[in-house]
Design a protein around this ligand. Structure first.
Ligand code: HDE
Length: 745
């Protein structure tokens, strides 16, 4: 008979012994004496069995073969020699192995096949929604102010928890532009000591649908048309408007999308919302319903639509770049986490608002947002794929102290996210990927599967067992177990129905509309007019107007005028709702950290440029010097580096523009470089037209503009009305003061 592998033979023998011990009640091999380990399942936790003398797991080596001790998830290309994936050193990676220099390539070339095969499989399926994203590492510090309502350890006072936050657009593919009109994802992974908690939210507090079963419908409607696969990352097309006007529970979310919230200035300047109502539970078991809010320290700011569109072409990576640049520069973005709290009275209603309806908000004036912690993003990812692409969020990743409610949208999500990670990340072991690993000890009984990287010991990945000493044990509430709140389930029948409280689709859109300031309403009217103007079917536009009539007659008639269609009457009584000033982005003072100010100069008056640039930096903002050509200005003294040229600068990159001097005519086209240009007519003919475009665009996009020296002549030549709001001229220091104030508003 065949000779057995000694290791297999020994293992079989050990298993036999265990089986025999279990049958006969004898001692278990490798365990302490018979009296210490009874055959019945042990009742006290104890150390797992030591490895058997005949067993060994592989030693841990880094992916590049460094011995243990090297942080495995961070190393790459850190050795002197290029190798294959198996560690064999290579002497040529540029030529395939061939039968002579002009002969055929040989199949035996393992290096060629390994290199190409690996490359062939470099891509994984992109997320079906939220494919385009950018992320950062950071830390969350609990204030302790939530200690009375939740036992979650990471919310206790002073506790610091590492986080990874991924911001995203929803509709576009991975390569689409950042500044499109869309909802933004705001997903936070808290690596707490009690396990991972994911708060998978958006920058808009409501959702298009009330029941998860409608998610494929809204996404199919928003995604590009299936025949031509256009338009990319846009809602301005027939199928989107077809759906949201037939399915009027989408009205509220759509209005938020059409407001300035749909085109944020920066990920750093967005609010975040958990959307659903969650249930917190404290150490005594008392429960409170909450809605989560992230409040950005820099305030909420948006682009204007033309600016967003231009940016999509000029710098499609605008938001991604902005986030990474700010963190690299040490301007760490911060958000306060806050909760609105509601008594858990069983009916899930608060002031007539159904807390289980994800198309509704609770105005902050009715339930203030109480801050419970601060998040600071302080490090960029090292590798986009390993971290931002492979990070896997799930609203079901909860920790003791945080539980869910019966929001039917949330329940669908609790199923969907695990399912999608399995197809996206190729199997069930994605929790082992470095970015997804919990910082709490893991002791699960999940085994094997694609991409298993753990080498599990022990013989009993099942419960109950005695073979592994009964381990692992189950925890109780006093030993940190996650125990679902035994919330009442309403006695009812099985139905496919929504509650009557979900029926009102228009009062909250009206509330949001009435809460906006006139300028925000203008932007919203323009957004609807643009988006519906891009639709082909008149019937869809007409239906959209009927929806708008139920929000507000002015909104409806202004959009109707823009579309050249009659404005219909409302079909429901207009809701009598009080505006919520907290919903407006306008009217508060905010820090200007990280705001970008362009300084146009031809190098003539460098002293003022140097001073202003220094003051901008001191104020924590970013000065970018824009000159006719690259390199440095004022080489004879203290040179000033040019960061943008008239070729590379475009207005959309700047929050404000300062014109230090009317750039002299370029030498090739207009003669002497030091020619002085003082009056608008001369400037208009002599100046580089790109500077005029820069200034006029910045003005059109409502940006602060300043000028000194002969700079005001540029503003005049660019057609800015004299004394226009947001335009400052005079001495450089005073101009900068006025411009900075405008930026903080
Ligand atoms: Fe998601 N959503 N979603 N969603 N969602 C995904 O999970 C889904 C919803 C949100 O940066 C997917 O890993 C269903 C609401 C964010 O990786 C998928 C429903 C909110 C992200 C999925 C919703 C969100 C996702 C796709 C209706 C705000 C990106 C890839 C019931 C509260 C997370 C993935 C990241 C991603 C399903 C509705 C936020 C398919 C079925 C409401 C921020 O599982």
């Amino acid at each position: 008979s065949e000779k057995k592998n000694p290791v297999t033979a020994a293992a079989e023998k050990a298993v036999e012994k265990v089986q025999k011990a279990m049958r006969t009640g004898n001692e278990i091999p490798g365990a302490p004496g018979p009296e210490a380990v009874p055959v019945a399942e042990p009742t006290e936790p104890r150390e797992p069995l030591p490895p058997k003398p005949d067993q060994r797991g592989p030693d841990t080596y880094s992916p590049t073969g460094q011995a243990t001790g090297v942080p495995q998830d961070r190393v790459a290309q850190d050795g002197a020699y290029l190798t294959t994936a198996q560690g064999a050193r290579l002497h040529d990676t540029d030529h395939s192995l061939k039968a002579g220099p002009r002969g055929p390539v040989l199949l035996q070339d393992h290096h060629l096949r390994e290199k190409i095969t690996h490359f062939d499989h470099e891509r994984i399926p992109e997320r079906v929604v939220h494919a385009r994203g950018a992320a950062a590492h950071g830390v969350f510090r609990g204030y302790g102010s939530a200690a009375g309502i939740t036992k979650a350890g990471f919310l206790a006072e002073g506790v610091e928890t590492p986080v990874y936050v991924r911001f995203s657009t929803v509709l576009g593919s991975r390569g689409s532009a950042d500044t499109v009109r869309d909802t933004r994802g705001f997903a936070t992974k808290f690596y707490t000591q009690e396990g991972v908690f994911d708060l998978v939210g958006n920058n808009i507090p409501v959702f298009f649908i009330q029941d998860a079963i409608k998610f494929p419908d809204i996404i199919h409607a928003g995604k590009p048309h299936p025949d031509r696969e256009i338009p990319q990352a846009q809602s301005a097309h027939d199928t989107f408007w077809d759906f949201v006007t037939l399915h009027t529970e989408a009205t509220h979310h759509t209005l938020w999308n059409m407001s300035d919230r749909g085109i944020p200035r920066s990920y750093r300047m967005m609010e975040g919302f958990g959307v659903h109502t969650f249930r917190l539970v404290n150490a005594e078991g008392a429960t409170t319903l909450v809605k989560f809010h992230w409040k950005p320290r820099l305030g909420v700011h948006s682009l204007v639509w033309e600016e967003a569109q231009l940016t999509g072409g000029v710098d499609p990576d605008f938001h991604r770049r902005d986030l990474a640049d700010a963190i690299e520069a040490g301007a760490y973005p911060e958000w306060e986490l806050g909760v609105q709290t509601f008594p858990d009275t069983g009916d899930h209603m608060f002031e007539g608002i159904d807390l289980l309806d994800p198309t509704k908000i609770v105005p902050e004036e009715l339930a203030p947002v109480r801050p419970i912690g601060l998040m600071t993003l302080d490090a960029n990812p090292s590798n986009y794929f390993a971290e931002t692409e492979q990070v896997a969020f799930h609203p079901g990743h909860l920790v003791p102290g945080i539980d869910v409610t019966d929001d039917p949208l949330l329940h669908g999500r609790l199923f969907s996210y695990l399912d999608t990670q399995i197809s996206r990340l190729g199997g069930p072991n994605f929790a082992q990927l470095p970015i997804n690993r919990t910082h709490a000890p893991v002791n699960d009984m999940l085994r094997d599967g694609m991409h298993q990287t753990a080498v599990h010991r022990g013989v009993a990945p099942y419960r109950p067992n005695s073979a592994d000493g009964g381990c692992p044990f189950l925890a109780g509430a006093d030993t940190g177990a996650y125990i679902e709140v035994p919330a009442e389930v309403p006695a009812s029948r099985k139905v496919r129905e929504a509650p009557a409280t979900f029926d009102d689709h228009f009062s909250q859109p009206r509330l949001f509309w009435l809460s906006m300031t006139p300028v925000e309403r203008e932007h919203t009217i323009a957004a609807y007019t643009f988006e519906l103007g891009k639709c082909w079917e008149t019937g869809i536009k007409e239906r959209a107007l009927r929806v708008l009539a139920n929000i507000d007659p002015e909104l409806c008639s202004r959009v109707a005028t823009g579309l050249g269609l009659p404005a219909p009457e409302a079909t429901v009584p207009l809701a009598d709702v009080a505006p919520s000033p907290a919903l407006s982005q306008v009217g508060q003072e905010w820090p200007t950290d990280g705001r970008v100010i362009g300084i146009v100069t031809d190098g003539a008056d460098l002293d003022a440029v140097r001073t202003v640039r220094g003051e901008i930096l001191d104020a924590g903002m970013v000065p970018l010097v824009i000159a006719p050509a690259g390199g440095k200005l004022g080489l004879d003294g203290d040179p000033v580096t040019v960061q943008r040229t008239f070729t590379t600068a475009r207005s959309v990159e700047f929050d404000a523009v300062l014109v230090a001097a009317a750039p002299a005519p370029a030498p090739d086209a207009y003669g002497a470089r030091d020619a002085k240009v003082d009056d608008a007519a001369a400037v208009a003919t002599a100046i580089d037209p790109r500077v005029l475009l820069l200034v006029s665009e910045a003005f059109r996009h409502g940006k602060a503009i300043g000028a000194w020296g002969n700079g005001p002549a540029v503003l005049e030549a660019a057609g800015l009305p004299a004394g226009a709001a947001g335009v400052a001229t005079g001495e450089p220091a005073a101009v900068l003061r006025t411009v900075s104030q405008a930026l903080g508003a």
